[in-house]
Design a protein around this ligand. Sequence first.
Ligand code: ATP
Ligand code: MG
Ligand code: MG
Length: 394
Amino acid sequence: NWDLILYVNLELVNKMSNRRFIVKEMLGQGTFGQVVKCWDTETNDYVAVKVIKNQPAFYHQAIMEVSLLRTLNQKFDPDDQHNIVRMLDYLSFQNHLCIAFEMLGQNLYELLKRNHLRGLKLKYVQAFSKQILDAMVVMREAGIIHCDLKPENILLAPSVATAAAVKVIDFGSACLEGKTVYSYIQSRYYRSPEVLLGYPYTTAIDMWSFGCIVAELFLGLPLFPGASEYDVLQRMMTILGGQPPDELLREAKNTIRFFKHVGIYPGNEAPSGLSSAYRILSEEEVEVRDSKRPKMGKWYFPHLKLDKLICTYPWNNSELSETEKTDRLGLVDFLKGLLEFDPNKRWSPLQALYHPFITGESFTGPYEPVPETARIPVARAAAIDHNPGGGHWL
Ligand code: ATP
Ligand code: MG
Ligand code: MG
């Protein structure tokens, strides 16, 4: 009951901190609690307060959110230049951890809905991608895995003049690289192959989710809207071609849920004529809980490969200009580096930042990133201009 929830929170938050925050309206609701728009009587400004449910598990995860955000804000982005939400304050009230954030605008899912799920113009896909990447470079520097990148967690920020700006929010599922605790992470449509398969993960899982977001900004619809994890995996294989590499399938703990081993021991070689020692299970072979297929609806993409999907979208497309065609080929090449099945080959944020799709150079052929061993200093990434040209951006 929305009214009741709002009322309860109103009571709660108004009492909080000597009535410092006055609740104005509900902004969003998630697994961890509610986010309410408040008037901060101390700073005389609006703030967004995330009120975490008063259960120990949520409380502890929220402490993690506070600590990671504090590190990001203070140590890695002291001047607020890298598109990461600012945490203003936090306090504990009757076992509810309350975190005050700067007030931001709509999330990107709401923006796509407002645009009738038709997708954004390429220049906005590019501008938003660049800004999200900038945040990801900093997260990677800090060794922080976000674990829940999706359009709902990217918010429009108050922008300078006509330029559109976004910020990454919700570090409620984030963790430190090398200190990963949970295996059931990321929202299903944005879940990386290594997480689906149950394989040790790194910041590369955020790059996968980012690839899904970029595609969705262009299409207006999620790229892999699978009704089950098996369905997500099948969609990945259809659209991208290929499958996760054998080394990953061999080591991952969920492989048998999705794949049948057809290899030959002792070397575990692929049978002659096949490139892999594993093949994906047929629908009949999949366990019931994984076998559900969605109805053929507007969220179902026909069996098109990524390049065809991007270059011919929307499918009743009339003539595209030569520039638009080239730019779309650039987008396809960009997406392929992000939606790479092998986490070791997937581009890092910094590598992606120098792709022609992001730098605005004309696309002339497949991008070869500088190897990670020669990592570009963050200072260079910071020097990149984040503002797209003016104009209305829907
Ligand atoms: P989830 O269940 O998706 O993990 P959550 O409970 O962790 O969500 P958030 O993602 O932090 O909560 O916030 C939920 C929603 O509230 C966001 O999607 C957004 O629409 C809104 N919101 C959060 N922070 C802000 C903010 N600073 N300004 C404006 N709106 C916000
Ligand atoms: Mg969220
Ligand atoms: Mg969250």
